[in-house]
Design a protein around this ligand. Structure first.
Ligand code: ADP
Length: 192
């Protein structure tokens, strides 16, 4: 996909299950923007401490410096007016105020690239991702690989017992599953 600057801002959303490559794709786009000598700022919610507080990190260990924030409003507070590209990872951990903030940034002429889980572990849409998908100019939906059968996987299977919607972790707590092998209710580890 080519993004053509028309002297105006826009919103790109990268949405999908865990392990689908959202963070990799976000980092790839942000790196290319830096190579093009654009001013980039990256934010992530403080809740996501899985590998590193000051970086966004992919499961394949790509990383990029980022500002950890508690609330979406801090994006506007910390925004350098010279910034041209704003990256946001793990957007599902922010509340719906992120939607208006992304709109505002795009209206200011910024390129906004947001990555996040589109569904929670029960398969339900994970706010504010549905709203962001609705207002985005560009949407990318990567798929992971189902750990049971190897088909494309659109779901995140929780493999330990917990009913908390937010349980931050990586491969130990979650697996990528296809529609056939996703079980939204119990915690079902695969027999590998
Ligand atoms: P996301 O941000 O969507 O959770 P990441 O960008 O952090 O995804 O990680 C994607 C990487 O995860 C892949 O390139 C691959 O190295 C690794 N990976 C581990 N398990 C899987 C899986 N089941 N399907 C696809 N990639 C996987």
């Amino acid at each position: 996909m080519n993004f053509v600057s028309i002297n105006s801002g826009w919103i790109e959303v990268i949405a999908g299950s865990m392990f689908s490559g959202k963070s990799e794709e976000l980092i790839r786009r942000l790196r290319r923007a830096e190579i093009a000598r654009m001013r980039v700022q990256v934010f992530k919610p403080l809740i996501d401490k899985r590998y590193d507080d000051n970086h966004i990190v992919s499961h394949s260990e790509l990383k990029m410096k980022s500002d950890p924030i508690e609330k979406a409003e801090e994006i506007l507070e910390k925004l350098d007016p010279r910034t041209e590209v704003v990256g946001i990872d793990e957007a599902q951990f922010f509340d719906t105020s992120l939607v208006a903030i992304c709109n505002r940034l795009a209206d200011m002429g910024k390129r906004v690239i947001v990555a996040g889980l589109d569904k929670d572990y029960t398969g339900q849409p994970f706010e504010p991702m549905p709203q962001l998908l609705a207002i985005a100019e560009y949407i990318t939906k990567p798929l992971a690989i189902c750990v049971i059968c190897g088909n494309p996987a659109n779901f995140t299977q929780r493999t330990i017992e917990s009913e908390d919607r937010v349980l931050v972790g990586a491969s130990g707590f979650y697996e990528a599953r296809c529609r056939k092998h996703f079980d939204p209710k119990p915690a079902v580890p695969s027999k590998k």
